[in-house]
Design a protein around this ligand. Structure first.
Ligand SMILES: Nc1nc2c(c(=O)[nH]1)N[C@H]1C(S)=C(S)[C@@H](COP(=O)(O)O)O[C@H]1N2
Ligand SMILES: [Mo]
Length: 426
């Protein structure tokens, strides 16, 4: 009877150890791929690889779901095994909570094209928040459990160590070594405590600054503009500054909610009104090139719209001011054989395209101001395209040329695996 119980216990221990190992490696793989995906500066040189890494991240995430399913029937016995060890039970509960949270929010992000954007917005906040908390926790957990961190060096440590594995407080437990602890002087901190604190402090120092920066940005869904502080100097030198129309100056959208993540596939370019030019050419009757001052003389309109990135973040209620694309097209006189409109970024790399019919939608804007202010260089200023009905990879930053063409053009990200159909489902 006793033996059978023991054997059963050993079997459970083995299964749990196996699942724990799997889970640990999956979390490492998810952490690495996830951090790469969130690393804005790597977008350009990763190119198509980014789309692959995203697929990989999704598949690995789904595998953690399988590990959780395999674990579920063991949960009850595992908890029983951990009776009287509140520390370890707490750890278990937290890890399961993390994994379920990552999985659920990850599935929403994976399927975001079929869901309302608000779902993805919330799922991304949850996914990120769990990552901010969960990754340092996982790092702490694995570092402090490594053999060298546990290895007792002195007797005084040993007593603490055995008490610790039993779940916390270092009193009550009978002393495991030969000597009574009182016989040797107690160090003010055991090796184990020291290592734990050092690891904790180091991780906090490494993570907290960027965490607070993220809090200030991503979580400030209610605070005003998603753009960086107004006094932050703009790398562009565009003079004179565009004067906002009243609707724009009054920010009729009430101020953008959420924050833009700065995306670029090249080093951030910058522009000077002395050399900046804007061109419309290709299959038009009246190709034209404008200087900044001439461009500012073109009649503009104000619109309020939401902005959705296909990676899950959105900025709601942007007050954009700019030239409706249809107006520019009409002025240029689109020829009958033109079928598509190609957009060029002044970064020299990024392009995208719309069909003529899409380009003539009335909310497609060649934008110059955001929430009453010139568009900051980081966010595509002085001039960027805005296509509210589609994911923002269509919204070319640093737009400086529009070309009318008769064949489809595959844009920068579409060439690297993004869907040419960029419609946001309402
Ligand atoms: N020139 C250029 N335009 C671009 C991009 C880019 O990398 N380069 N990224 C696109 C994508 S995927 C998004 S989500 C938005 C991001 O705009 P933001 O950097 O102002 O947040 O710009 C779009 N336009
Ligand atoms: Mo995007």
């Amino acid at each position: 009877m006793q033996k059978m119980k023991e054997r059963k216990r050993a079997g459970l221990g083995k299964q749990l150890a196996e699942l724990h190992r799997w889970n640990a490696w999956l979390v490492v793989a998810l952490a690495v791929s996830g951090l790469i995906l969130s690393w804005g500066a790597a977008r350009g040189w990763l190119g198509e690889g980014r789309v692959w890494i995203k697929q990989l991240h999704i598949y690995i995430g789904l595998i953690t779901g399988i590990v959780l399913v395999l674990y579920a029937p063991l949960l009850k016995r595992h908890l029983k095994q951990l009776r009287g060890r509140p520390g370890q039970r707490g750890n278990l509960a937290f890890v399961v909570f993390l994994l379920l949270g990552w999985l659920a929010s990850g599935i929403v992000l994976w399927q975001l094209r079929h869901l309302p954007p608000r779902w993805a917005t919330n799922a991304l906040v949850i996914h990120d928040l769990l990552t901010w908390v969960g990754l340092p926790y996982a790092a702490y957990h694995s570092i402090t459990r490594m053999r060298w961190a546990k290895k007792p060096q002195r007797r005084a440590v040993r007593s603490d160590d055995s008490a610790e594995t039993a779940g916390g407080s270092d009193t009550k437990r009978p002393y495991a070594g030969g000597l009574h602890p009182a016989a040797s002087p107690q160090p003010w901190m055991t090796r184990r405590q020291f290592i734990r604190s050092a690891v904790g402090v180091a991780l906090a120092a490494a993570v907290l600054p960027s965490f607070f920066r993220w809090m200030g940005g991503s979580l400030s869904l209610t605070s005003g503009s998603g753009n960086i502080a107004a006094d932050e100097t703009d790398a562009n030198r565009m003079l004179p500054a565009p004067q906002p129309l009243p609707d724009s100056a009054n920010v009729i959208g009430g101020g953008a909610k959420g924050s833009f993540r700065v995306y670029t596939v090249t080093p951030l370019p910058h522009f000077d009104s002395d050399t900046w030019r804007f061109t419309i050419d290709g299959l038009v009757d009246k190709p034209a090139t404008w200087t900044w001052e001439q461009f500012l003389a073109i009649k503009r309109k104000v619109q309020v719209s939401d902005f959705h990135c296909v990676t899950g973040w959105s900025v709601y209620g942007n007050t954009w001011e700019g030239i409706p694309l249809a107006q520019l097209l009409d002025a240029a006189g689109v020829r009958a054989n033109a079928q598509f409109v190609k957009f060029y970024s002044g970064d020299g790399e990024y392009t995208d395209a719309l069909s003529l019919e899409q380009a003539r939608m009335k909310d497609v804007l060649v934008a110059v101001l955001h929430d009453g202010k010139p568009i900051h260089r980081d966010y595509g200023g002085p001039v960027r395209l805005i296509v509210p009905g589609m994911y923002a990879y269509k919204s070319v930053k640093w737009l400086d040329r529009i070309e009318l063409i008769d064949k489809p053009h595959i844009g920068y990200w579409e060439e690297r695996g993004y869907d040419n159909d960029a419609w946001v489902k309402a």
